[in-house]
Design a protein around this ligand. Structure first.
Ligand code: FAD
Ligand code: NAP
Length: 454
């Protein structure tokens, strides 16, 4: 649809899988869409989360997103962070008076599980490590001082990705996944474990099953069936990438990070747990007995939470959405930002993806969430008159002026095109066929300037 027709203006904050799904649907429907993104590059975790060697998946997503962004009715501003005391605030965006404002900013906050010592040297959070090895500016050059015996808290897919990096790239001596529940409650995808299962210490796994057998049986679980199920998923392992021993410690909940006199990690105090049925699932219940687990580094891979400094109403780790259900499918209320103080929906403000439900699901789930959000948003826009082209342009110009004032290094689509070309060429020159990235914003901005001058 042409830029000159009457339309609705929609601002989407965040260009990850959820935000890009919204941008795709709305731009196809002829809306004028402005995307504001913290990172210079689009993609979110598709660019800076998914494991670096998944070239096909990452490349496919990148191409798809670039095709969408190339549409005429979409404006892109990378390197623009929204939030309290950031380049743009929530109120700045509200003041533009767009037809709708979508927050698809992912889960950028750090979830801590509240154990003593979790700020010791050698304790890290998985998101930061993932951003580090995926070369996200701000994290790419941050030192991560890991030892040789690394405890990874959690047994989900992020744990597997971290173990992958530790085993195949860092080649540490030991990686132990610490799970507060049992092996039947492992959350990783059976296919994903193949990349590290060649390193699993099977004798240790046998001993671990013997150790927890009474507690599994007390919960009505069959240790042998679970063990063969777990080992059955480990029959198509990729060849071991190093001498690293990969181990599991089940029914163990971290209570304290133990430190030495220099505040460096020397171990974990783990509380034994048992399984208690909870609906169709099991919950971990602490037994008050504890033991020490020796390790020199700890990485929490327990999921993330949203970044409350974004400026939206927030409670108990999440942004608030409308508690009053609607009859629509998808239910509008689930995507509408809500102000508990006034008891009202924040008119025209929506949430999608991991900003709505932190650490929930794969790219496809985030995309579907963005699609649903778009449906809800379209219902909202249908209640408003479209703006004529001049009114849309006035708002776009006002937004542009404000962004240029607050963030002179905002990166537009034409700059992004140059950057992507430069990265491709630089990758070829360095013999990195796929996935070459400039690791800092300075380098990206310098590359764009250099290209423009050339
Ligand atoms: C380590 C890891 C590996 C994964 N691997 C896979 C995989 O192999 N396959 C798979 O299908 N799924 C994978 N996933 C899941 C997938 O990445 C997520 O489902 C998906 O990226 C969530 O999309 P999102 O758009 O909600 O958030 P994100 O992808 O996090 O995108 C958020 C976007 O918002 C921007 N943003 C954040 N804060 C602000 C702000 N304040 N102002 C402006 N912009 C902001 C960011 O720059 C980013 O572009 C993985 C997840 C993780 C954590
Ligand atoms: N390769 C891939 O496809 C890939 C890679 C990475 C991520 N992802 C996706 O991204 C999403 C997030 O993954 P994730 O691994 O972060 O989350 P996850 O699958 O929910 O796993 C989190 C792990 O942390 C544990 N945990 C949570 N709180 C804890 C606490 N207080 N104390 C101890 N342990 C705690 C959980 O145990 P409980 O089960 O007991 O709560 C669970 O084992 C998932 O949908 C995942 O599939 C996919």
């Amino acid at each position: 649809m042409s830029k000159n027709q009457a339309s609705h203006l929609v601002i989407v904050v965040g260009a990850g899988p959820a935000g890009m799904a919204v941008v795709n649907t709305l731009s196809r429907a002829g809306r004028r869409v402005v995307v504001l993104n913290r990172d210079i590059k689009f993609g979110g975790l598709a660019e800076y989360g998914i494991f670096p060697n998944k070239h096909r998946l990452k490349g496919g997503l990148k191409k798809g997103y670039w095709d969408i962004l190339s549409r005429e009715n979409i404006e892109y501003y990378g390197n623009v962070t929204v939030g309290n005391d950031k380049d743009m605030t929530f109120s700045d965006l509200q003041a533009i008076g767009a037809g709708a404002l979508v927050f698809a900013t992912g889960a950028q906050g750090t979830k801590t599980i509240g154990v003593e010592g979790d700020r010791a040297n050698g304790v890290y959070h998985a998101k930061d490590v993932v951003y580090h090895y995926n070369l996200l500016p701000g994290f790419s050059q941050r030192p991560f001082e890991l030892g040789q015996r690394v405890a990874v808290i959690g047994i989900g897919d992020v744990m597997v990705d971290i173990a992958h990096w530790l085993i195949r790239y860092k080649k540490v001596k030991e990686v132990t996944s610490i799970a507060r529940r049992g092996p039947a409650e492992r959350k990783y995808n059976p296919k994903e474990i193949r990349v590290v299962c060649g390193n699993v210490d099977r004798d240790d796994l046998t001993k671990e099953f013997a150790r927890i057998r009474p507690r599994l049986e007390a919960a009505g679980q069959n240790a042998d069936t679970i063990r063969s199920g777990m080992l059955g998923e480990m029959t198509k392992c990729e060849p071991a990438g190093s001498e690293t021993k990969m181990r599991f410690r089940f029914l163990s909940s971290p209570r304290r990070v133990l430190t030495d006199s220099k505040n460096r990690v020397r171990g974990l105090e783990l509380e034994d747990t048992r399984l208690e049925p909870k609906g169709e699932d099991f919950a971990a219940v602490g037994l008050k007995t504890t033991g020490e687990f020796a390790c020199d580094s700890v990485i929490f891979a327990v999921g993330d939470r949203v970044d409350e400094t974004l400026g939206l109403p927030f409670k108990n780790g999440s942004f608030l959405t409308n508690p009053n259900r609607t009859q629509n499918d998808p239910d509008d209320s689930l995507f509408q930002a809500y102000d508990e103080t006034s008891g009202r929906v924040i008119e025209g403000v929506f949430l999608a993806g991991w900003a709505r439900r932190a650490s929930e699901g794969l790219v496809g789930v985030a995309k579907r969430d963005g699609d649903w959000c778009s449906e809800v948003l379209e219902r909202h826009l249908a209640t408003r008159a479209p703006l004529d082209a001049a009114a849309v342009q006035e708002k776009l110009d006002r937004l542009k002026r404000l962004i240029e004032k607050r963030q002179p290094d905002a990166v537009r689509k034409e700059d992004l095109r140059l950057l992507l070309e430069m990265e491709e060429e630089e990758g070829k020159r360095k013999g990195i066929i796929e996935g070459f990235k400039f690791p800092t914003n300075q380098q990206m901005l310098a590359a764009i300037r250099h290209r423009k001058m050339a």
